[in-house]
Design a protein around this ligand. Sequence first.
Ligand code: SF4
Length: 746
Amino acid sequence: MPTFPHVHETKPIVCSGCTTQCGLVAHVRDGRVTEVRGDHDHPLSRGYICPKGKDAPSLAADPRRLLKPLRRSGPRGAGKWEEIGWNEALDEIAARISSITTQHGRRALAYSYGTFRGGDWGIGERFMNRFGSANSCGQDKICYGPLALAETLTYGVGPTVFTPPVAGVTQCIVVWGMRPSASAPLLWRAIREAQRAGARLIVIDPQQTDEARRADHWLQVRPGGDTALAVALLKLLVGSPHLDPDFIARETTGFEALKAHLAAQDLSALVTACGVPADDLSRLATMLGTIRPAVIHAGNGLCQGGRSALQLGRAIACLIGLTGNAGVPGGHALGGPPRDLRANGEMFDADLLPEEARRERLGAEHLPFLGSGYTELDEVLAQHWHGRRHLLSWIATAHEPTLWRAIETGDPYPVRALVVQNHNPLGANPDADAVARALASEQLELSVVHDLFMTPTAHLADFVLPAAHWLEKPWFSFGIGFVGAFGDFVGAAEAAVPPPGEARSDYAFWRDLGRRLGQADAWPDQEQQFYDSCVAEAGLTFSALSGRTGPVFGAEARRPGNESESVSAKAYATRDGRIALYSDWLHERAQPPLPTPLESALDGVADAWPHVLTTGGRQIEAFHQNAQHMARFRRKKPHPVARLSLDTARELGIAAGDWIEIETPVGRVRQCALPVASLAPGVVEADRWWYPEGIDDAADPFGLRATNINFCTSGAPEDCDPVMGTWLMRGIPCRVTRLENGPGNE
Ligand code: SF4
């Protein structure tokens, strides 16, 4: 007998296949989602759906999904498991966390979570803050963290680089280090609409992307040359007659210091470093100086630049600020946090984390933003943003490369217990060899993975627990994910269906662990009740929000009686309320206070390596590693592909389909070559890792050491940004060779 009657119903939902948050309609039959379609009534997405969204029901119904909790029954990584019940698993996990942290302190527990997988994304931070460990690791270091911090230091809020252009108002659009057609389709639609209404489009990218082909101007920057390019633009702009002296005197600080700093920069050296002809740079500087309003959509390609990542963000923020494009219609919106909602860190009880624990956060000893620097900046922001706290907690997470070192070596202190949620750090982190050593280490006394599938990281765990897909849990969001930097905005939707088997939501995992570890009163039975507490101040409820199509904006998200109080559009939430071209905060932490390209250890060896590696690019069919194993994706790409220029391929005797080796000073892997006309000579753009192929290969499970490009990237402190710890994925010195005996080579 079927469990559900054969009824077909439709439910409005919001997609969590990526951070775009499209409104969808789920078709449900017999308790399963059979199809999802774009919701034409949704005010933001207006019927749009991408291949990832369409594939969501297949992903949720994939027969490889984990449906029962598993406990390791053989050596770690041997693939031997026994099924157990949730209660038994959680009792044992709680007892072991208790014992480990009694012996080594609360900081010996770490939590590592992946990118957006539903409304309860990162909810474990709430448990960790209440527990007293600051060692929650997110992906912020390479996902908008550097831009968010840079913009916040400059005008008091960030990231604003997602502000969509307004057709007929925005006159100039720069797409920089981003492929919005693959990573932010609604933004790309808005860009195209603004372009059709007359806006000029400039694309800055090492590759001639679809966006570049549709642009008025394409600047082919050398991978890793973006900071030099941004500083060159600033120099040309500051030396031009196009800036408004009254605006600069009235609304900025540090202009004279910036001018002197830029005068000392050698333009020809910057041109060489970025690889863009000086004339093209001059033309763009003139456009930015004369065409307003403008938006600069800076992408994750700029947040993965290692040592210079924050400096690059600061250069872009100064470009936005100097040209008067911060806080103007058609430019960058300075929304700030929601006025009357408990968003972001407040929602995760960041106030309950003791300051002493925050100062001990992994990485804080050498990355000033992660410890006391965060606290001081938070004070400034709270004074401006109507007392709201922890706006930046999402980018002040622990430094993941430092976590692996702490597990393996006990430096800076031992970390002995780890919970990983919806994340495969073996594929996502730099220096994958170091991650593999840590996950296999005997020093790691407890390793728990909560995920949809048996990932390579789960394969090395002690407990593997089945997670709910986003179609199976309630959705809730302030702005993009839980970032809460987009003004008064909140949306909610109920789950389309319940989870299958014994799969549970992230919230349910932390609720039940929390109740076993002294947090009994902190976790309501249902996540909807928890979300109620986040919006109660504004007189809203989860059910009221989920009963409507589309989010609540503006006055509707305000406390009753407080609707008309508004934040000025030009609210610069900085120490002195002006745009900080010179950053005192950076100066006080012995960092360049004015935008400056920084050298990394890898730059020092570049001359000995003939080629340049860039990786981490997005594709429309999969959100990061999620769904790369699905049939639609694999039909298009059966192998991880390394694209390289036609010239370089010819020179090395490489043809399409040949297997090549990519070697960097860190390591070497192989991928399948695809010569393309869109890349400059010497540049190779490599895909992420492919799995679950090779799951049973005892010598190299999942092919970890074969094709995982993160065996070639570095997480060493000398290669990371010195303020927040961003590692380098763009512009790595490398050498490419054809493999004579590659799998497809003859
Ligand atoms: S772009 Fe695709 S995956 Fe992202 S929210 Fe929209 S439909 Fe979902």
